[in-house]
Design a protein. Structure first.
Lengths: 252, 519
C-alpha cells in the first residue's frame, strides 16, 4: 500500500495542473466568499444574517475545481494509457484505487482547509463595519462545525468525483456527470415546491451536505448538518464501491 | 484582391473544401455511438426534468380574504388579443344605442392604500390616504361588462395624466395637464370611439381614437373608477380610489337609468381589491369608489410565476451540460488520439477545419435543443394546467420563440465550448468552465448584494437564458419587474446576443491559436 501511495503521490505531485488546481480551489472559494460578504449590508434586510455561512458561499464554486482535480487523477490515466502501466505494476487494482483516493483526499483536505480558513478570515476583514452582524471566532462551536464540516464536504466531493471518474474513464464525461450530480438537484429544488423540494434537498449531495455551513437557524435546513455530511459520504461511498466493482471486473 | 488570389485558390475549390471538411466532421461525429446515445439521453432528460419540475409545482392559491385557500387558481380574464388581463372596476353606466357621447367633469379624485400586503386580508380600517399612480377614473364604453370584454375609455390617472386607452394594451397620453377638474368626453360614431379632454368644457382636445371591431348597436357607456395594487419595493398593497364627477351630459339614444355595477370583483376573480366600493348619483353629479385595474395582468404575486418555459430551465441546463461534454470531446478527443494531425493534413486550412467543426456541433446543438424544447413545452404546459397552476397564455409566436431560443442557446454553448477546447486542447477546463458559467449565477446570484444578480444575467453568458422569459410585462402596470419575480433583465434577443458575443470572441481566439500553434 505504501508503494502504491508513493506512486500515486509522485504522479500527482509531478503534474503541473495539480498545484494550479489546488491553488484554484482556494482562490475560487475565497474570492466568491469575499464578494458575497462584502455586500451583506445591502442584502441584510431582516433577521440575523448567518455570516459564517455567507463567507463560505465560495464552496459552491470551489468544489468544481476539486472535482476537476479528482477526475484528472484517474481519467487522465485512462486517456493516456498510463493506467495499463499502473495496473501492470500494481495488479491489485483496489489498492490502486485506495491509494488514489487517499492521495486526492489528503490534497483536497489541505487545499480545502486553506480555502475555508481563508474564506472565514477574509470574510471577517470584508465584513462591512456597522452591518450589525459579526463573524464568530473559528473556535466557537457552530463556526468550528461549519469550518471542519466544509473541509470534510470538499474531501467527500473529491472522493465522489474520483469514484465516478473511475467508473466513467473519460475526463469530459466524468466532469459533466459529477457537476450535474452536484448542481442540477440544487436547481431542481429551487424550481419545485414542497414536498418534492424537501425530498430533493435531503437526498442530493450538495443541498444536503452544504447545510454544514449554517451556524444559526438550523431548523430551517432540510437535514441536520452532520446528517447532511452523512448523505454526501453515502454518495461518495456508493461511487467508490461502484468504481471498485467495475475495476475488478473490467479490462482497463 | 480576389483576382490576385484566384490562381491559387479558385472559388469552386474553396466551397468544395468547406463542403468536404463539413462532411468529414459530420462523419466523425455521427460514427461515435456514445455521442449519439448521449444526445438522445440529453433530449430525454430535458423532457423528463421539465415534467418533474412542472409536476413538483402545485397551486395552493389563496383567494379573496387570503384565509380560504383552495386548489386551482382564481379566474383570470382573457382580453380581445388573447392575453391575460385584469378587468376589475366600479362602473356606473347606461345603455347607448347608435351614436352618442358622454361628457363629465372630474371634480375630485382621492384614494386609500391598504397597510396590509396583498396576501393578507384587506380591512377598511387598515388603510392610509394615498392615490395609486395608475388609479383610473373616467368614461368607459364597452359592449358588455363580462371581464375581458373589449372597451375604450378616456380617463384621468393618479400620476400619469389624462389617457385614452382601449382593449387593455393600447394607450395614448393626453396633454399631461393636472388630472383634477379636467373635462372628459367619449363619443361613439359607429365603430369609432374618440376620447377628448378639456380644461374648461369649451375647448376640446382629442386624446385618442379607437376602432373597436364588431361593436354591437347597443353598448354600455358610463363612468368608472378603479385603483390597482400599488408596489413600493417588493410588497404590493391593494388600493381604492374615489372620484367625484359633475356636469354629466349624455347625448344619443340612451334607454334606462344609471346602473352601478362592480365588475370583476367577486371572490373568484384574481385581482386583489381593497373593497368593491360603490356609486351614488344625483342629478348630473356622481361619486364612484372602486378598486382593481383595467390593464394587462402581470400581478404574479397573486398568480405565481410559473410558465411552461420557466419549468424548462433545468431541462435546458441538462441539455447544455451534455452538449458541453460532447463539444469538448469533439475536439479534445482529436488532440488526445493525434487524429488532429490527420485532420489538419487533409484540410490544411485550419480556419476551415474550425468552421466545419463549429457548424457540425452547432447544428447538432440547435437540433437537440429545439427538439427537446418543442416536446417539453407542451408537456410542461399540460402538467402545470393539470395541477391547477395558472399559466399565462402563450401564443404560437411565444412558443416558437422559446423553442428556437433554446436551440440557439444549446448551439451557441456547444460552439463556445468547442472553441475553448481548441484553445486548451484538454477537456477538463472546457467542460468545467462551460458548466460553472451557466449554473453558478443561479446558485450564488441570490446571495449576492443588491443588483449584482441582475448584472450576472446581463453580462455573463447566462444572459442567454432570457429566452425563457415569457412573463408579460407592461408599461401600464406598476410592478417590480425584477429577477426575483421571474423577469430576466434583458429581452430574449439581447440575451442571445450577449452569448453570441462571447462565442465570437472565443471562436476568434481559437482560430488564432489553431493557426499559430503546432497541432
Amino acid at each position: 500500500m505504501s508503494a502504491a501511495l508513493l506512486a500515486e503521490w509522485t504522479k500527482l505531485r509531478t503534474l503541473a495542473s495539480t498545484a494550479w488546481l489546488l491553488l484554484g480551489t482556494a482562490v475560487a472559494t475565497i474570492g466568491v466568499g469575499v464578494a458575497v460578504v462584502a455586500g451583506t449590508h445591502q442584502s441584510a434586510g431582516s433577521g440575523v444574517v448567518d455570516t459564517t455561512a455567507l463567507a463560505l458561499t465560495g464552496i459552491d464554486l470551489g468544489q468544481a475545481v476539486v472535482v476537476v482535480l479528482a477526475v484528472l487523477a484517474v481519467a487522465e490515466e485512462y486517456g493516456t494509457g498510463m493506467v495499463r502501466t499502473t495496473f501492470a505494476a500494481m495488479p491489485r487494482r483496489i489498492i490502486v484505487l485506495a491509494a488514489k483516493a487517499t492521495t486526492v483526499a489528503a490534497l483536497t483536505a489541505v487545499a480545502g482547509a486553506v480555502a475555508v480558513a481563508g474564506s472565514l478570515l477574509a470574510g471577517r476583514a470584508a465584513l462591512p463595519a456597522g452591518s450589525g452582524s459579526v463573524l464568530g471566532a473559528i473556535t466557537h462551536g457552530p463556526a468550528l462545525r461549519a469550518a471542519t464540516g466544509s473541509v470534510v464536504y470538499l474531501v467527500l466531493v473529491a472522493l465522489l468525483a474520483l469514484g465516478i471518474a473511475t467508473a466513467v474513464r473519460d475526463t469530459a464525461v466524468s466532469i459533466g456527470v459529477v457537476l450535474a450530480v452536484l448542481y442540477l438537484p440544487t436547481l431542481l429544488a429551487q424550481a419545485v415546491s414542497d414536498p418534492l423540494r424537501r425530498h430533493v434537498e435531503q437526498l442530493a449531495p450538495m443541498t444536503a451536505g452544504l447545510g454544514i455551513r449554517a451556524t444559526t437557524n438550523l431548523s430551517a435546513l432540510p437535514i441536520s448538518p452532520w446528517e447532511g455530511i452523512g448523505v454526501v459520504a453515502a454518495w461518495a461511498a456508493g461511487a467508490l464501491v461502484l468504481a471498485g466493482l467495475l475495476l475488478r471486473h473490467r479490462d482497463p | 484582391m480576389s483576382a490576385v488570389e484566384a490562381p491559387t485558390r479558385p472559388g469552386g475549390d474553396r466551397d468544395g473544401g468547406l463542403r468536404s471538411a463539413l462532411r468529414a466532421e459530420w462523419v466523425k461525429f455521427r460514427t461515435v455511438r456514445g455521442w449519439l446515445i448521449g444526445l438522445g439521453v440529453a433530449g430525454l432528460l430535458c423532457v423528463l426534468l421539465t415534467y418533474l419540475v412542472a409536476n413538483g409545482i402545485h397551486s395552493g392559491t389563496c383567494t379573496g380574504t387570503g384565509v380560504t385557500c383552495r386548489s386551482g387558481h382564481p379566474r383570470v380574464p382573457t382580453g380581445p388579443g388573447g392575453e391575460a388581463v385584469a378587468d376589475s372596476y366600479r362602473y356606473l353606466s347606461r345603455p347607448l344605442t347608435g351614436d352618442g357621447s358622454l361628457t363629465a367633469q372630474l371634480a375630485s379624485f382621492t384614494g386609500r392604500v391598504s397597510t396590509n400586503p396583498v396576501n393578507v386580508a384587506p380591512s377598511p380600517s387598515a388603510t392610509r390616504p394615498g392615490l395609486a399612480d395608475w388609479a383610473k377614473a373616467g368614461i368607459l364604453l364597452t359592449p358588455d361588462t363580462t371581464p375581458g370584454s373589449s372597451y375604450a375609455a378616456v380617463l384621468a390617472t393618479g400620476r400619469h395624466g389624462i389617457r385614452f386607452q382601449y382593449d387593455y394594451t393600447h394607450d395614448r397620453p393626453g396633454r399631461g395637464a393636472p388630472a383634477a377638474s379636467r373635462w372628459l368626453r367619449l363619443t361613439r360614431h359607429a365603430g369609432t370611439i374618440t376620447g377628448y379632454e378639456s380644461a374648461d368644457g369649451v375647448a376640446w382636445h382629442e386624446v385618442g381614437v379607437a376602432h373597436l371591431a364588431g361593436l354591437p348597436d347597443t353598448v354600455r357607456v358610463g363612468l368608472f373608477v378603479t385603483s390597482p395594487v400599488s408596489f413600493h419595493g417588493q410588497t404590493g398593497r391593494p388600493t381604492q380610489a374615489t372620484a367625484g364627477f359633475r356636469h354629466l351630459t349624455v347625448t344619443g339614444a340612451t334607454g334606462g337609468g344609471w346602473r352601478s355595477r362592480a365588475v370583476g370583483t367577486s371572490r373568484a376573480d384574481f385581482y386583489p381589491i381593497l373593497a368593491a366600493g360603490g356609486a351614488r348619483s344625483t342629478g348630473d353629479t356622481a361619486v364612484l369608489t372602486g378598486s382593481g385595474d383595467i390593464a394587462p395582468a402581470v400581478v404574479q404575486g397573486v398568480l405565481g410565476t410559473n410558465t411552461a418555459a420557466s419549468s424548462l430551465l433545468l431541462g435546458l441546463l441538462v441539455g447544455s451540460v451534455v452538449l458541453i461534454v460532447l463539444a469538448a470531446l469533439f475536439v479534445t478527443g482529436e488532440y488526445r488520439r493525434g487524429l488532429i494531425r490527420t485532420t489538419l493534413t487533409a484540410t490544411p486550412k485550419r480556419g476551415r477545419v474550425l468552421a466545419a467543426k463549429a457548424i457540425v456541433i452547432g447544428g447538432v446543438g440547435f437540433a437537440i435543443g429545439a427538439l427537446a424544447a418543442a416536446v417539453a413545452m407542451p408537456v410542461g404546459d399540460h402538467i402545470l394546467t393539470g395541477n391547477g397552476v395558472y399559466v399565462f397564455p402563450a401564443g404560437p409566436g411565444t412558443v416558437s420563440r422559446v423553442v428556437v431560443g433554446c436551440g440557439l442557446v444549446t448551439a451557441l454553448v456547444a460552439v463556445a465550448v468547442l472553441a475553448l477546447g481548441v484553445m486548451l486542447r484538454r477537456s477538463a477546463g472546457a467542460v468545467t468552465a462551460g458548466v460553472v458559467v451557466f449554473v453558478l449565477p443561479y446558485l450564488i446570484g441570490a446571495s449576492l448584494p443588491g443588483t449584482a444578480e441582475t448584472w450576472l444575467f446581463r453580462v455573463t453568458p447566462a444572459a442567454a437564458f432570457s429566452v425563457l422569459g415569457v412573463l408579460p410585462r407592461s408599461s401600464l402596470v406598476d410592478y417590480p419587474y425584477t429577477f426575483a419575480n421571474g423577469y430576466y433583465p434583458l429581452p430574449p434577443w439581447a440575451g442571445l446576443l450577449v452569448l453570441a458575443g462571447y462565442v465570437a470572441v472565443a471562436l476568434g481566439a481559437a482560430r488564432l491559436t489553431l493557426q499559430r500553434r503546432d497541432a
